[in-house]
Design a protein around this ligand. Structure first.
Ligand SMILES: Cc1ncc(C[n+]2csc(CCOP(=O)(O)OP(=O)(O)O)c2C)c(N)n1
Ligand SMILES: [Mg+2]
Length: 575
């Protein structure tokens, strides 16, 4: 008999505690590929912060100074990567501060997930400390809002959140996390990594599009909206090239098409080039690939008639909601940007393309429009025109340019150039304070790239506190604060409607360079044109966060208008 003792097989493993809700939440985030998040802590979600400590080499949590900044960073990160930007905030006050980023993500069609710490479930409806019903609060601001009341369902909710944020028309999701739920056990494992869900255009739709292109005389593409990536942009370029189609980009989407391409026609945004507005109006076939065709892209709903445009409208949207909403398109196409552009790039061109000369003319008009004037007085205050001219020579093609809202951004949009996807971060909802946080998100994601934020003096102080975050993160952001001592945009509108009556739009002029230095960043102030080039070069060479405070002439309210000029025009009109 073999006396060898039977091999003892044991099923015993290390005794393990079931994962807590907070740990399961973090497991799920990692399973879905999240590696970066932005937030401001709160006692309502301490367990999540604790669970993040255990995975700090796999998940980088950027601690911010205000939830508005954190939410903007998450939004910008989502815009840049196409993956949901992750943001953590506390209940009540944290959530209300973060709302600006959620609104931006909604209007900009950006994938984002905002986690909000919530009061314990057994205190619900008592108006407990900082209690808010987030389903009600965020209902009109987010694509989807939910509260996870059962820890065992965390993997399900997180999977749903990633898919909701990225599928169809991307957008923000808000998930509330009752603090006691985060302690409950969650034995369920995470689901598999999210998959992008996008519609493919039907063969029938593409055949109809080809037929319409074949008979067109003055076609024009307007590219915009969310859900783009670099391959989609490459296919758009192939499609345009094959068909020699002029391509315009929607407001703050100037990076969807190489601006140096001879088919680039300019941007259809606020303050559109008049000759481009005329081309949009006179087009017989408008192919809107992605943009919602909102106010900013239609010059306040004036370029296209509602509900039935004169132009034949082919409207491509990643989600169904915008199709037939404002404009009755002749050919509505539900498709992801990548899916549509791949199908369009495969469409063989018609033998006759009568519009090729128009496309060349549109590009020539744009080049003239895009060239900043030179010859500013070097002894006067530094000029934005001059700054744009300098930046065009200095910025690398892959520089990421961010901005908030204000008249300073008119120069940026008009005189800079974008050559590749993922180099422009601007809020199409016109939200101030976006430039600095967006730049931090970009620099965290791409530490090796040049990231430049433009802020007005008003815009900067809405989230300037995040300079402290930039310093702590060693984010190599460059910030240009364009200081005209006022909320210039509002002043401009005041001069139009109530000439000479300045109310609520004047500001003081803090020393922004000193403020930057107080945070530990590099800071310099430019007050004369001749100092601009040197200090700009110094700033661009700084290995860390840097800020250039540009004191500009408040009279020069746009690239082509002065306040005095506006007043003269007003009095001539009323005479
Ligand atoms: C969060 C937010 N608040 C208010 C506004 C309204 N608004 C639009 S532009 C603007 C003024 C911007 O001032 P500044 O940043 O100094 O730029 P400027 O127009 O002077 O160049 C204001 C108040 C807004 N768009 N967003
Ligand atoms: Mg200003």
């Amino acid at each position: 008999m073999n006396s060898t003792p039977a091999l003892k097989i044991t099923t015993e493993t290390e005794p393990t505690q079931p994962r807590t809700g907070a740990q399961a939440l973090v497991d799920s985030l990692l399973a879905h590929g999240a590696d970066t998040g932005f937030g401001v802590p709160g006692e309502s979600y301490l367990q999540v912060l604790d669970a993040l400590l255990d995975v700090q080499n796999r998940f980088h949590l950027v601690t911010c100074r205000q939830e508005g900044g954190a939410a903007y960073m998450a939004e910008a990160w989502g815009k840049l990567t196409g993956r949901p930007g992750i943001c953590f905030v506390t209940r009540g006050p944290g959530a209300t501060n973060a709302a600006i980023g959620v609104h931006t993500a909604l209007q900009d069609s950006t994938p984002m997930i905002l986690f909000v710490g919530q009061i314990a479930r057994d205190a619900t409806d008592r108006e407990a400390f900082q209690e808010v019903d987030y389903r009600q609060m965020f209902q009109p601001l987010a694509k989807w809002v939910a509260q996870i009341d059962d820890a065992r369902r965390i993997p399900e909710y997180i999977s749903h959140a990633f898919h909701m944020a990225t599928s169809g028309r991307p957008g923000p999701v808000v998930l509330a996390l009752p603090e006691d739920m985060l302690d409950d056990p969650c034995p369920q494992p995470p689901t598999a990594h999210w998959r992008r869900i996008a519609a493919t255009p039907s063969t029938q739709a593409m055949t109809e599009l080809r037929g319409r292109l074949e008979t067109a005389q003055r076609p024009l593409i307007i590219a915009g909206g969310g859900g783009w990536d670099a391959p989609a942009c490459a296919d758009l370029a192939r499609f345009a090239q094959t068909w020699q189609l002029p391509v315009a980009c929607a407001f703050r989407h100037q990076d969807l098409f190489d601006n140096a391409h001879p088919l680039y026609a300019g941007d259809v945004g606020l303050g559109i080039r008049p000759s481009l507005a005329a081309r949009v109006r006179d087009a017989d076939l408008l192919l809107a690939i992605g943009p919602r065709l909102g106010e900013a892209t239609t010059s306040g709903y004036t370029l296209l008639d509602i509900p039935r445009p004169k132009q034949t409208l082919v409207h491509v949207q990643p989600g169904p909601d915008e199709l037939g909403r404002v404009y009755a398109a002749d050919l509505p196409i539900l498709a992801g940007m990548a899916e549509f552009c791949a199908a369009a790039a495969a469409l063989p061109a018609a033998p006759n393309l009568p519009w090729a000369d128009q496309a060349r003319a549109a590009h020539a008009e744009w080049i003239t429009w895009n060239t900043p004037p030179t010859g500013a007085d070097p002894n006067a205050l530094p000029a934005m025109d001059e700054l744009m001219g300098l930046l065009r020579k200095r910025l690398p093609a892959n520089a990421i340019i961010t901005n908030g809202a204000g008249n300073f951004s008119i120069w940026v949009h008009r005189y800079l150039r974008w050559n590749q996807f993922g180099t422009q971060l601007g809020p199409t909802n016109g939200s101030m304070g976006y430039g600095v946080p967006a730049a931090i998100a970009a620099a965290v994601q791409y530490p090796e790239r040049c990231v430049l934020a433009f802020s007005g003096d008003g815009c900067f102080l809405m989230n300037g506190q995040e300079m402290a975050t930039a310093v702590r993160e060693r984010a190599r952001i460059r910030v240009i604060v364009v200081d005209n001592g006022m909320y210039g945009t509002i002043r401009m509108h005041q001069e139009k409607r109530f000439p000479g009556r300045v109310s609520g739009s004047a500001l003081g002029q803090p020393d922004f360079a000193m403020l930057a230095r107080a945070y530990g960043a590099w800071g310099a102030r430019v007050e004369q044109g001749h100092a601009l080039a040197g200090l700009l070069d110094e700033m661009l060479a700084v290995d860390g966060p840097a800020l250039l405070h540009l004191v500009v002439d408040p009279e020069i309210i746009t690239p082509t208008t002065t306040i005095e000029g506006m007043r003269r025009a007003q009095s001539a009109q009323s005479a």
